[in-house]
Write a protein that binds this ligand. Structure first.
Ligand SMILES: [Zn+2]
Ligand SMILES: [Zn+2]
Ligand SMILES: [Zn+2]
Length: 144
């Protein structure tokens, strides 16, 4: 686990400090987007400002992206392969679970038509599509 975390940080030109490693570890382990407060709770007693700065560094260097959602506020999710310093390719819809509030990145949708690339007829400035419903765990609970 630690080797993978250090590799991801170094690949994105981020110096592996203990807090950065802990934040990235939680983002990988939790497998969902996390708010600053989520991370603060998970990493208690780590300092809120330090966690916030770490997230800003991750966003700047292509490790994480911010999702603004009307129900949850700003949350952070890991970037797909291909995001680098200054260039994010995160134009994917986000799935919002109405029950547990989880926000999940959906990278396998076929509307890549709208993605930023030279061949596209569109010029996209912002992608805000959100899909709402129940995540697999909450759907299972409903059926029981
Ligand atoms: Zn990204
Ligand atoms: Zn759910
Ligand atoms: Zn995402």
């Amino acid at each position: 686990m630690n080797a993978k975390i250090i590799e991801t940080l170094e690949k994105n030109a981020v110096k592996p400090t203990p807090v950065r490693m802990l934040v990235l570890e939680q983002m990988i382990v939790q497998q969902r987007s996390l708010s600053l407060s989520d991370l603060e709770n998970l990493l208690y007693p780590a300092d809120r400002i330090t966690i916030y700065r770490t997230l800003q560094t991750f966003v700047k260097n292509g490790i994480a992206h911010i999702i603004e959602h009307q129900h949850t506020g700003s949350v952070y999710a890991l970037c797909p392969e291909g995001c680098t310093h200054g260039t994010h390719i995160d134009d994917h819809p986000h799935f919002f679970c109405e029950k547990c509030g989880k926000i999940i990145c959906t990278n396998d949708f076929s509307y890549k038509l709208f993605q930023h690339n030279a061949a596209s007829k569109y010029e996209v400035h912002k992608t805000e599509m959100t899909i709402s419903g129940l995540c697999p765990e909450c759907k299972k609970q409903t059926l029981q």
